[in-house]
Write a protein that binds this ligand. Structure first.
Ligand code: BES
Ligand code: ZN
Ligand code: ZN
Length: 511
């Protein structure tokens, strides 16, 4: 990660960086605290700006002023925090993201900043610090792997977080470390989702996971097609067989508790979804076919999450499962009408080869159940209907356990990666009953997001389980429908890695 982040004790007005960053709540006429100190040191430069009506403190409003030689820094950047009553920890991420982007635009190599949201914002110094780190690192994200120019050389190199509270520095430094881990997880998901389909066939993703396992400190086992065949993973095998790239199944394991039952995360890993024989059109109202390289975002999420859990040394046992396959049409592809025998023995009639996610997840969920976990959470770009149901700002969540869903909802609010529950009424199962087999893999035009969830539920026993359908939230397209946060640049969002990490971090503390 490019931006270096430091914590320093002292007076921000004495910083020698290219800018000092201070803030203002909306409606405040005479700034106090560190903003007030910078104002005094500059003969009221900020007060004058407020008095002239040129700065009101609106949320994400920004102004850059010359410090005119009265500070050691060259410039003052002032950021609006918005209305005090509306202030949240996610707004801390956003204003920090805004400052970082403004630094990029102005070409500032270094800046010192006060902690937004501590003091009158009401947050602890360390939680606000962590949010600031996340906001800056996520906002500056760019995918440069296939670019041969050197754009990005203008990016800020160092952000120094300044506090006057000497006793809190240790806690703030630890907050910086966790903030870097969490933001890197989100950015890792973005990197993997951005990677084109030709560079991430199943075996390649397995190698990436093996490398991540070594670096972060968890175990990684890769099942090949023969091992999957032997244990009867009919779903992954059928979806994978149309492609020349053989399917894989990842079993990742982090042991931080060494007793009790594991939490199992499951991620859909379709490295490219053409639809198979039920071929997708080149363009659909939901986006062009090339975006279907994002169909492994669930896998990327669980990989990044278990890595972050290991680096944060969470006191939990976590297992992440990811079925990996490329959904291609060919002479050896599965056909509409085929019947499959899934892991565990249930049979499925395949009416659309484009509803492939639930086929590979069925094997993975049945496998998860055999691990006797305390909870299972799966993540998948599963249905276009998720977008019609809740749009692109909120992730639909379904499941069989309200406590688990409440945990996800709470983590969603804290991280800004919100979820909303859809019903799993038993009657929906009628839509996926097959005349020929136990189940069919499509449930008709109505309630598609829910019937997909209902299908997955058939492979879950009594274990608390939740399913996140990220088809709408996986990609930021811009425009009025999309998540519009400063730290969410266009492209893959990284959702819901931070959400899962947050849920795991508070696992023992909340019921
Ligand atoms: N990967 C897609 C879902 C998707 C669509 C994600 C658009 C993001 C944007 C999934 O495999 C799929 O094709 N689902 C079908 C299911 C249908 C055939 C029942 C869909 O949603 O159209
Ligand atoms: Zn599909
Ligand atoms: Zn798919």
């Amino acid at each position: 990660m490019e931006l270096k982040i430091e914590v320093k004790v002292g007076d921000v007005a004495e910083s020698r960086d290219e800018a000092v960053v201070v803030n203002l709540f909306k409606g405040v006429k005479r700034p106090g605290g560190a903003t007030g100190a910078v104002d005094k040191a500059t003969d009221g430069a900020i007060s004058k700006l407020i008095d002239s009506g040129d700065f009101q403190g609106k949320f994400k409003e920004v102004a850059v002023l010359p410090a005119a030689g009265r500070l050691s820094a060259k410039r003052i950047m002032i950021i609006g925090l918005g209305e005090k009553e509306k202030f949240t920890i996610d707004r801390v991420r956003e204003v920090s993201g805004k400052a970082a982007l403004q630094a990029r635009e102005t070409g500032l190599k270094s800046y010192s900043t006060i902690v937004h949201g501590a003091g009158i914002g009401g947050f602890n110094l360390d939680e606000a610090t962590e949010a600031m780190v996340e906001g800056a690192l996520l906002a500056l994200y760019r995918y440069r792997r296939y670019k041969t120019d050197d754009e990005g050389k203008n990016d800020p190199r160092v952000m120094t977080i300044v506090t006057t509270e000497r006793t809190r520095v240790g806690a703030m430094q630890r907050a910086v470390e966790s903030g870097v881990i969490v933001a890197s997880a989100g950015n890792m998901v973005r990197d993997l989702v951005n990677m084109p389909g030709n560079d991430k066939p199943p075996q390649k993703l397995a190698e990436i996971a093996l490398k991540a396992a070594k670096e972060s400190g968890f175990k990684c086992k890769v099942l090949d097609e023969k091992q999957m065949m032997d244990i009867g993973m009919g779903g992954v095998m059928a979806v994978g067989k149309g492609s020349d790239e053989p399917p894989r199944f990842l079993v990742l394991e982090y042991k931080g508790a060494r007793r009790g039952k594991p939490i199992v995360l499951v991620g859909k890993g379709i490295t490219f979804d053409t639809g198979g024989i039920s071929l997708k059109p080149q363009d659909s109202p939901l986006g062009p076919i090339w975006e279907m390289r994002h169909d492994m975002a669930g896998m990327a999420t669980v990989l990044a999450t278990i890595g972050a859990a290991a680096r944060l040394k969470l006191p939990l046992d976590i297992i992440a499962l990811a079925p990996l396959a490329e959904n291609m049409p060919s002479g050896h592809a599965q056909r509409p009408g085929d019947v499959l025998k899934m892991y565990g023995g249930k049979t499925v009639e395949v009416l659309s080869t484009d509803a492939e996610g639930r086929l590979i997840l069925a094997d993975a969920l049945a496998y998860a159940e055999k691990l006797k976990p305390q909870a299972i959470v799966d993540v998948a770009t599963l249905t276009g209907t998720a977008v019609y149901a809740l749009g692109k700002r909120v992730t639909p969540v379904m499941g069989n356990d309200s406590r688990l869903i409440r945990r996800l909802e709470r983590a969603g609010v804290d991280t800004g990666e919100r979820v909303w529950e859809l019903p799993m009424f038993e009657e929906y199962v009628e839509q996926i009953k097959s005349d020929l087999a136990d189940l069919k893999n499509i449930g008709g035009r109505s309630a598609g997001c829910i019937t997909a969830g209902m299908f997955l539920r058939q492979f879950i026993g009594k274990t608390p389980w939740a399913h996140l359908d990220i088809a709408g939230t996986v990609w930021i397209h811009g425009g009025p429908e999309s998540i519009d946060k400063t730290y969410m640049p266009k492209g893959p969002s990284g959702v819901p890695a931070r959400l899962l990490i947050s849920m795991l971090r508070s696992w023992g503390r909340t019921a």
